[in-house]
Design a protein around this ligand. Sequence first.
Ligand SMILES: Nc1ncnc2c1ncn2[C@@H]1O[C@H](COP(=O)(O)OP(=O)(O)OP(=O)(O)O)[C@@H](O)[C@H]1O
Ligand SMILES: O=C(O)C1=C[C@@H](O)[C@@H](O)[C@H](O)C1
Ligand SMILES: [Mg+2]
Length: 185
Amino acid sequence: MNNLLKGINLYLVAMPGAGKTTVGRLLAKQLGYGFIDTDEVIVKAVGQPISQMFAEQGEAEFRLLESKVLAQICAIQKLVVATGGGIILRRENWSYLHHGLVVWLDAAVDILYSRLVEDTTRPLLQDPDPKAKLRSLLEQRQPLYAQADLRITITEGETPEEISTRVLEAIPSVLKKPDSLPNGC
Ligand SMILES: Nc1ncnc2c1ncn2[C@@H]1O[C@H](COP(=O)(O)OP(=O)(O)OP(=O)(O)O)[C@@H](O)[C@H]1O
Ligand SMILES: O=C(O)C1=C[C@@H](O)[C@@H](O)[C@H](O)C1
Ligand SMILES: [Mg+2]
């Protein structure tokens, strides 16, 4: 698989709670790739949790920083990248994402909600009705996530290992032709 991928990065896109970080770590291990989580890079660089960044600098500042981080990551090869849930929102991010293979972990709202209900670290879900918020975010974002090269529909009860195996099995069917592989950012 590593040979087939020829070092191109895998970018995982999905709603919060879909398992980008969890599945991404497993995929990196199985591919012999490095692993990067854009949210973690930003938190380390700024020295603040994302919720504090949203509160003090606003979402727009966070999105600018997210794009800068993505641009830098894109220059590195052999990475599985777990992206922030909203990375699909800015058009310029897609020019970076499409340098690699983009995988959408598509999980239904009920699955997302059951995983995030106890979590207070995701600012966009600090809402009186987090389930309705998830539903409306997914509705708005679905056409953007759908621009991914590969859509993996997550089923209830599926383990991260099973999902990671399914991603690996599906990759050959969507690998870009050798003459369309990117030369860098
Ligand atoms: N297949 C799975 N089955 C059960 N629980 C899972 C599965 N995948 C992830 N989880 C759990 O769901 C929660 C969210 O997972 P994770 O942080 O990987 O999602 P994420 O897509 O990276 O979210 P975010 O966009 O907020 O960073 C975690 O507690 C994780 O342990
Ligand atoms: O879905 C989103 O817009 C977000 C998801 C998280 O990964 C973080 O990137 C941040 O909380 C925003
Ligand atoms: Mg994550």
